[in-house]
Design a protein around this ligand. Sequence first.
Ligand SMILES: Cc1cc2nc3c(=O)[nH]c(=O)nc-3n(C[C@H](O)[C@H](O)[C@H](O)COP(=O)(O)OP(=O)(O)OC[C@H]3O[C@@H](n4cnc5c(N)ncnc54)[C@H](O)[C@@H]3O)c2cc1C
Length: 319
Amino acid sequence: MLASQDQHNQEPHNQEPPKRRFLGRGDIDVSFEFFPPKTDAMEDTLWRSIRRLEPLRPKYVSVTYGAGGSTRERTHATVGRMLRETTLKPAAHLTCVSATKEEIDEVIRDYWDLGVRQIVALRGDPPGGVGACYEPTSGGYANAADLTAGIKKIAPFEISVGCYPEKHPESKSVEADVDMLKAKIDAGATGAITQFFFDNEVYFRYLDRVRAAGIDIPIVPGLIPIHNFKQVSSFAERSGASVPDWIGHRFEGLDEDQETRHLVAAAVAAEQVLGLVDQGITEFHFYTLNRADLVYAICYLLGLRPAKAFTEAKVETAT
Ligand SMILES: Cc1cc2nc3c(=O)[nH]c(=O)nc-3n(C[C@H](O)[C@H](O)[C@H](O)COP(=O)(O)OP(=O)(O)OC[C@H]3O[C@@H](n4cnc5c(N)ncnc54)[C@H](O)[C@@H]3O)c2cc1C
């Protein structure tokens, strides 16, 4: 999988794209991001989605950590249940917000004891919400690089971090943003997941920039299927991701037409992911928003198929 990304490094993307579609298992790696549920009904939706996506054997699944550690227990419970009841490898998100180093270190030790071996290390957003000024907690980790170093001191976790093809909204410049990614790698991160984007050129330009800066870890595209255009546009606004006009046009007038909206969302997602595959990208992180249908279909397009063990178990239960 990395070979293809490396291949992309060597070949500028404006050359004739290699036609490498429908590669399937062994060539394509996917990971799925979920958020911890707040209610029983949300828990039900989450677990139906997990069960639906599990047979596709993702490389790992990640569980987010709410602003200010507000989901600490729920993130822990979801990750624990994944370990106990599924074949999945969970990666727990962790942020620096509103907690001292001691408190965060305790969470890190708990994860290690539980059997978690991968963490997505993040600074987190200011408690006042995106746009407010971020102030590190007194006695806490200052940012994601500091947190990454702290995690590494406790146990040999595999650490992924966030990165921003359109730069983090708080970054003074694109260069400062790339420097921050470098600092996270120097602290021990071995993979980066991008903020979502809709224009693949944005990702490729970023990839060229970070490779030119000597960064060679996988920069895995984070993709968000558009179940609800208004909701995703609002996420994008808050996170500094641009939404091209043409995407808006595609969903125009479909607010009350769920069926067509769903088909359009599938087409938009397919176009984006296959565009990336055509340029040699073979690893993808999906922001599932706890919904399986579109992500399952996209993975199917990528050539992934449910593992036999799961389909046979289903037949056995049915007979
Ligand atoms: C894949 C992914 C998953 C996420 N999951 C979660 C989650 O589970 N929970 C959650 O609350 N949020 C999550 N977020 C959002 C994230 O917490 C926010 O984007 C946050 O504002 C920045 O986090 P970071 O880890 O990228 O921060 P950092 O990399 O620490 O910093 C972000 C930016 O701030 C600036 N900065 C910070 N420190 C310095 C410094 N010392 N000097 C100069 N500039 C500095 C830099 O410009 C830098 O690029 C996620 C984001 C991504 C991309």
